[in-house]
Each structure stands twice: as structure tokens, then as C-alpha cells.
Design a protein around this ligand. Structure first.
Ligand SMILES: Nc1ncnc2c1ncn2[C@@H]1O[C@H](COP(=O)(O)OP(=O)(O)OP(=O)(O)O)[C@@H](O)[C@H]1O
Ligand SMILES: [Mg+2]
Length: 236
């Protein structure tokens, strides 16, 4: 079963002489349970691709089937529903809401999905506990370290049990020790059956994925499987 089926995806900005082609015919399928690292130099189109996969942005042309759902004719509001249901996002800068506590941040996607209050409190609490954040559910983001904020963001991403976890440079804002912990967490989540697509420009992180897709100037230039990716992370 494929969770992602991208066919000939192009993304351009501007028109005529101003036109810039950011994605140039990306075709990519990702199987359920896989752990894919997307790598490439700055400006190569990684985040644009991730925004397309995450239904945050529509391609200029091409087709995209997400977990069996054809996405090209969805309205913005239908897209938001599919996104909330199927995708958990993890960003470099965590993207937590500063005025909300850790618990309230994790509850947010559950509110959008229509879950009742006590059920979502419990759910959010359990998610935070499973990530070692039990004692800090009442803290606001500014009262947490970078690694702790990323754990809250991961709890938020996982709260809706999404079919797909998308992470854009999830360790990019962390020191190497904390980054290692977050990478270990991602490996663990994949071992538990979560499908992960992670963007990184760090080859050390990509080594731990099962598959590495390299992008350059908006095109896939390499797509390889890591034969036995290490399940433990050694800090370099
Ligand atoms: N809204 C936009 N309008 C015009 N150009 C854009 C827009 N968004 C992104 N771009 C351009 O698209 C190209 C790819 O950007 P993208 O953010 O996907 O790169 P990236 O591979 O994620 O880079 P990085 O590693 O620095 O995060 C860049 O040249 C960027 O300037
Ligand atoms: Mg980027």
C-alpha cells in the first residue's frame, strides 16, 4: 500500500519571463511504514515538495494521491480536513503557539478533528507522557528547552494518529545531543509502524532513514535504499 503517490509534480512561481520552476516533474511513491529522508542543497525545493505532500500548497501541475485520496480537485477546506486527518507535521522551529501550554498545543489538532473536551485532554496528556513530557504539560513553549519544545510538537503531530508524519529539518534548531534524541525518537516511531518523510541536509541523519531521495534544482537525482540503517544513533 502506498501512502504517497506523486506523479509529474511541477511547481512554478511567476509568469512568462519571470517564471521560476521550483519543482520540475517530481514522481515519487512512498510505501506505508517507510522512513524516507529527502536531502538536497539549500533552495533545491525540499520544503516546497514537503508543502505539496502536506497539502499546505498546491502544485502547478501533476497528480497527487494521498492515502488513496485524489487531492487535485479538493477545495481548500476539503484539503484542510484531509490534512488534519492524515498528516502530522514537525517543523524546524517547532511552530508551537506561544500563549498555549504544552497540553493545549497538543490538544489543538484534536479540537479541529471534533474530539470532545475530556477525551482530548486525556489523549493529549497521554501523548505528552509517552514522550517524557508528563511533568511539563502546563508549561508554555518559552518555559521549555528546544528539545522539549520539539517533543511537544511531536506529541501534537502524533495526537491524531496520522497516517503520515512529515518533518522538515526537525533537528535543525537543536544542539547535536538534543538532535540525536529527536532522531532516536523518529526511529522509534518508525519501528512502531509510523510512516515518516523527513527533510534534512544532514547526511548523518539521512543514514538512519530506510530510503534516501536526493533533490537538486527541483528534480530527483538519486533514490536509494539504505541496506541496514542503524537503529541507534551515534553522536559524531
Ligand atoms: N512563494 C515563493 N515565491 C517565489 N519563489 C519561492 C517561493 N517559495 C519558495 N521559492 C523559491 O523556491 C526555491 C526552493 O525553495 P525551498 O524552500 O523549497 O528550498 P529548500 O530545499 O527547502 O531549501 P532550504 O534547505 O534552504 O530549506 C528557492 O529558490 C526559493 O527562493
Ligand atoms: Mg527548506
Amino acid at each position: 500500500m502506498n501512502i504517497i503517490e506523486l506523479k509529474d509534480i511541477c511547481k512554478t512561481y511567476g509568469r512568462g519571463a519571470e517564471e521560476v520552476r521550483i519543482l520540475r516533474g517530481i514522481s515519487l511513491t512512498v510505501a506505508t511504514g517507510d522512513f524516507v529522508a529527502i536531502v538536497g542543497p539549500s533552495g533545491s525545493g525540499k520544503s516546497t515538495l514537503m508543502n505539496t505532500i502536506g497539502l499546505l500548497d498546491s502544485p502547478t501541475s501533476g497528480s497527487y494521491v494521498l492515502d488513496g485520496v485524489k487531492t487535485d480537485k479538493l477545495s481548500d477546506s476539503q484539503m484542510a480536513v484531509v490534512r488534519n486527518k492524515k498528516i502530522g507535521f514537525i517543523f524546524q522551529q517547532f511552530n508551537l503557539l506561544p500563549r498555549l501550554t504544552a497540553l493545549e498545543n497538543v490538544e489543538l489538532p484534536l479540537i479541529y478533528s471534533g474530539m470532545g473536551k475530556s477525551e482530548r485532554r486525556d489523549k493529549a496528556k497521554r501523548m505528552l507522557e509517552s514522550l517524557g513530557m508528563g511533568p511539563r504539560t502546563g508549561h508554555r513553549p518559552s518555559q521549555l528547552s528546544g528539545g522539549q519544545q520539539q517533543r511537544v510538537a511531536i506529541a501534537r503531530a502524533l495526537a491524531t494518529s496520522p497516517a503520515l508524519l512529515l518533518a522538515d529539518e526537525p533537528t535543525g534548531a537543536l544542539d547535536s545531543k538534543t538532535g540525536t534524541e529527536v532522531l532516536e525518537l523518529m526511529i522509534q516511531l518508525n519501528d512502531q509502524g509510523n510512516t515518516i518523510v523527513l527533510i534534512t541536509h544532514d547526511p548523518h541523519i539521512a543514514e538512519h532513514a530506510k530510503r534516501v531521495v536526493s533533490i537538486r534544482d527541483g528534480e530527483i537525482v538519486e533514490d536509494k535504499r539504505n541496506v541496514s540503517p542503524p537503529r541507534q544513533v551515534v553522536t559524531v
